[in-house]
Design a protein around this ligand. Structure first.
Ligand code: CLF
Ligand code: SF4
Length: 297
């Protein structure tokens, strides 16, 4: 609350439903799915979702151009008065096809200057865009960090695509790790609030997440959000096919409790879809598909 943080930080979190537990009852976010492509492969990925991997199978997010995203945000803003945050969180990576992410934010903030901009990324290309993130007043960035030890990374990431080629094995995880740390440090140095999402994968990184928490805290992360792996064969993910299980609710809570005196923990994450609309916990995305959004606004 306002009593336990500096005024300029409170300004940035007080109406952000993910960064403030309190705000999530009153303020809504929406995601526009303008980022279809990704430059890494996570074994838990199912490209339907994100800023996290999400639980409800079903409808694939409708991919939008920046111009379509602008129309959609204007329609939602007219009908959802609690809307305070616009996020780009997939279904791929928001920093990979950066021109699209930038154009979307620029178009929308020209029409709705007071909407808060938020993005979620795997971090691989993040360092290249931090200057523009700052210039565009994107105050909230989420990096998904599942390991700070590339050996563990090899069990999570089969490959990455970087500098025009594919990397596999330990090389891939080393590069990803270095780029994530660099991105986090650059954001912290600029005072941009950075949240870390970690997917808890039993037997792979569950015990290691204590170390992840320690490292990201030391590098200035504002909030750490531990999300349970959603492993369902019906999702067709690698983990779903190999029978990797997700954590039980008690295991998740036990880890969160252990971390609770570290960086502030987020416990109200709803593992949103890449096209989620509304308060966290309600998803009105299907009310605002493009065929229903007016052609000209
Ligand atoms: Fe979206 Fe993510 Fe921004 Fe929030 S979601 S880009 S920080 S506006 Fe929020 Fe959804 Fe959890 Fe993400 S509840 S999955 S943490
Ligand atoms: Fe999927 Fe996101 Fe991982 Fe890319 S970074 S493979 S979109 S979960």
């Amino acid at each position: 609350g306002p009593d336990d943080m500096p005024a300029e930080i409170w300004e940035k979190v007080k109406d952000h439903p993910c960064y403030s537990e309190e705000a999530h009852h009153y303020f809504a976010r929406m995601h526009v799915a303008v980022a279809p492509a990704c430059n890494i492969q996570c074994n838990y990925c199912n490209r339907k979702y994100d800023c996290a991997n999400e639980s409800r199978p079903g409808v694939v997010s409708e991919k939008l151009t920046p111009a379509q995203a602008r129309r959609k945000v204007i329609s939602v803003a007219n009908e959802v008065p609690q809307l305070s945050v616009l996020g780009i969180a997939g279904p791929g990576d928001a920093c990979y096809d950066w021109r699209k992410t930038r154009e979307t934010f620029e178009l929308i903030s020209a029409d709705i200057p007071d909407i808060k901009l938020c993005l979620s990324t795997n971090g691989l290309m993040l360092p290249d865009h931090v200057d523009e993130i700052e210039r565009m007043n994107i105050d909230h960035v989420t990096i998904t960090i599942n390991m700070v030890d590339p050996e563990i990374g090899t069990k999570i990431y089969p490959w990455i695509f970087y500098q025009n080629r594919r990397w596999t094995g330990l090389d891939a995880s080393k590069i990803l790790h270095e780029r994530q740390m660099l991105g986090l440090e650059m954001l912290t140095a600029r005072g941009i609030l950075t949240k870390i999402n970690s997917v808890m994968i039993p037997g792979v990184n569950d015990e290691h997440l204590m170390e992840v928490n320690r490292v990201v805290k030391s590098k200035g992360a504002f909030l750490h959000n531990i999300m349970p792996l959603i492993s369902d064969p019906a999702h067709g993910t690698h983990y779903g096919l190999t029978g990797q299980r997700g954590p039980r609710a008690m295991e998740l809570k036990a880890l969160q409790d252990k971390l609770s005196d570290g960086t502030k923990l987020m416990r109200h994450c709803r593992q949103c879809r890449a096209d989620a609309v509304g308060l966290l916990g309600e998803d009105r995305g299907q009310e605002f598909t493009m065929d229903l959004v007016a052609d000209e606004v």
